[in-house]
Design a protein around this ligand. Structure first.
Ligand SMILES: NC(=O)C1=CN([C@@H]2O[C@H](COP(=O)(O)OP(=O)(O)OC[C@H]3O[C@@H](n4cnc5c(N)ncnc54)[C@H](OP(=O)(O)O)[C@@H]3O)[C@@H](O)[C@H]2O)C=CC1
Ligand SMILES: O=C(CO)COP(=O)(O)O
Length: 325
């Protein structure tokens, strides 16, 4: 049994802390909000996991030093756009050499960096890994069967983290294709917004299937440009997470798209990482001359620069081509 420290007191940080607890570790969690930390220690997270009571045992605190002291595995579960600042604050307390597992899904908006690139700059003394795959925090917190990928460049590190974090209900597969796992997790959020918007705008299930399938082609093109392995993107953190989050309003990204498509007020909604990732993903595709019209249209819709009707018109009137081009 060793100590696992989790950064982030939201739904995913809490669910992963519970998994680590159930895997037999001592678990500390850092949350910036004192009331949240107190509630998590007592067995609840009323803001982010309402209606889910869980076992006590997580030691949650607002003190980074306390949470991180002596930890052998670090899980970073704050939103992607907050990762750099949280790691910079945590930096003096990060136990040197302890693997840092990145659990957020996104691309840094200001720099276009994958989160492993952010971690390399903000936490250079910690070997970095990525955990991603189809896994709703509510399902994981309830102990329902779930499978994810854990990726690290070093095979032994990925396998060791998978062994340390797996439980009978949380099955971690290991891989060395960290970039592929990161790209899959980040871009599926953009496509989940697009899928939700398709349904919200009343365009139908056929349009939804076409959009997700052709969006997946774009995801794989972008992945290939980053050096991701095709089989990774066909796995849990690509296809698997698309299947989950492009099909149900349980996904916050899909629900965001649904509200967008219905013309509802979008203020005050839960976190939808694809909103921040859409614009930067579209910019990366453009800079690398990668054909990604669905991601580009999603970025423009999310940014208020295109209506859904205009996007449909633009996507459907593109020149005909072979499906595999
Ligand atoms: N929820 C899920 O099912 C899954 C989520 N993920 C990924 O996990 C990541 C985190 O999402 P999730 O936990 O769901 O989000 P939530 O909205 O549930 O929680 C976000 C947490 O991050 C904290 N936070 C936000 N900004 C900052 C900041 N600048 N500094 C410190 N803490 C901050 C919030 O604190 P406060 O309350 O004080 O604002 C809150 O505790 C995302 O990238 C998401 O894609 C991955 C798989 C599943
Ligand atoms: O990434 C997730 C499940 O794998 C969670 O999706 P949402 O952030 O869209 O809720």
């Amino acid at each position: 049994m060793s100590k696992v420290a989790v950064l982030g007191g939201g739904s995913w940080g809490t669910a992963l802390a519970l998994t680590a607890l159930r895997a037999g570790h001592d678990v500390a969690l850092w949350a910036r909000d004192a009331a949240a930390a107190q509630a998590i220690s007592a067995g609840g997270n009323p803001r982010y996991l309402p209606d889910i009571g869980f076992e006590a045992g997580i030691v949650a605190t607002t003190e980074l030093g306390e949470a991180l002291a002596g930890a052998k595995i670090l899980l970073a579960s704050v939103p992607a756009q907050a990762l750099r600042s949280v790691l910079e604050s945590a930096s003096p307390h990060l136990p040197a050499g302890a693997p840092l597992v990145l659990c957020a899904k996104g691309i840094e908006r200001d720099t276009g960096k994958l989160l492993s690139g952010v971690a390399a700059e903000a936490a250079p003394r910690n070997p970095c890994a990525t955990l991603s795959g189809p896994s709703f925090a509510t399902d994981v917190a309830r102990g329902m069967p779930t499978a994810v990928s854990i990726a690290a460049r070093q095979d032994e590190l990925a396998a060791e983290l998978a062994a340390q974090l797996s439980t009978p209900a949380f099955r971690c597969y290991s891989t060395t294709d960290q970039i592929g796992v990161e790209i899959g997790g980040a871009l599926k959020n953009v496509l989940a917004i697009a899928a939700g918007a398709t349904i919200g705008a009343g365009l139908g299930a056929s349009a939804q299937a076409a959009l997700v399938t052709r969006g997946f082609v774009e995801l794989r093109r972008i992945g290939a440009a980053f050096g991701a392995r095709p089989e990774t993107l066909m796995g849990l953190s690509g296809l698997g997470d698309l299947m989950l989050t492009c099909s149900t309003a349980q996904s916050r990204n899909f629900a965001y798209g649904l509200a967008l498509g219905r013309g509802e007020d979008l203020s005050g909604r839960p976190l939808a990482e694809g909103v921040a990732t859409a614009g930067i993903a579209a910019r990366i595709a453009e800079e690398k001359s990668i054909e990604a019209p669905i991601i580009a249209a999603t970025a423009m819709i999310v940014g208020g620069r295109m209506s859904i009707a205009e996007a449909v018109e633009s996507l459907m009137s593109r020149p005909l081509k072979a499906e595999t081009d």
